[in-house]
Design a protein around this ligand. Structure first.
Ligand code: CMP
Length: 139
């Protein structure tokens, strides 16, 4: 089915000018970038986005990192966009990511892993609504 997923190009990637190379991977995989903006989150905004991880030992480090520099937040659309995006990203830990995936090519560590992507339709809807209003979504 035609789906939408939410994506973030993280600070480690924007710092290294990798936005275009990462977007090329999405587009080559058939994902359409239907909304996109560059923002610099506060630590509080990152904290609310990653609230589900609040009890994890890496939570503070994660929120600190995600607010350390600008990110690019995006909505990607395509057939099975959620699974397709996860395939293009590769495993969370770049050491485990398949060759050719974004994390295999660009990620620096499990924390500084270049991209975030929604894991399910329910989380995609919540994450999209956190950053975008309806009028910004131009299919
Ligand atoms: P993401 O998909 O953005 O969702 C939660 C993030 O937590 C995950 O990607 C990783 O970047 C980060 N993360 C997961 N495990 C660790 C860890 N052990 N140390 C630091 N960050 C982590």
């Amino acid at each position: 089915a035609l789906e939408r997923t939410f994506s973030i190009i993280k600070p480690d990637a924007t710092r290294r000018n990798l936005t275009g190379k990462i977007n090329a991977k999405f587009e080559e995989a058939g994902l359409r970038i239907v909304a996109q903006k560059r923002i610099h989150m506060t630590k509080e905004q990152a904290g609310k986005f990653y609230e589900v991880h609040a009890e994890r030992p890496f939570y503070d480090e994660l929120c600190e990192f995600m607010s350390s520099a600008p990110v690019v937040v995006q909505v990607l659309e395509g057939e099975n966009a959620i699974a397709k995006n996860r395939e293009v990203m590769g495993a969370t830990n770049p050491a485990d990511a398949a060759a050719g995936t974004i994390r295999a090519e660009f990620a620096e560590s499990v924390g500084e892993n270049s991209v975030h992507g929604s894991d399910a339709p329910e989380t995609a809807a919540v994450e999209i609504a956190y950053f975008f209003s309806g009028i910004e979504l131009v299919g």
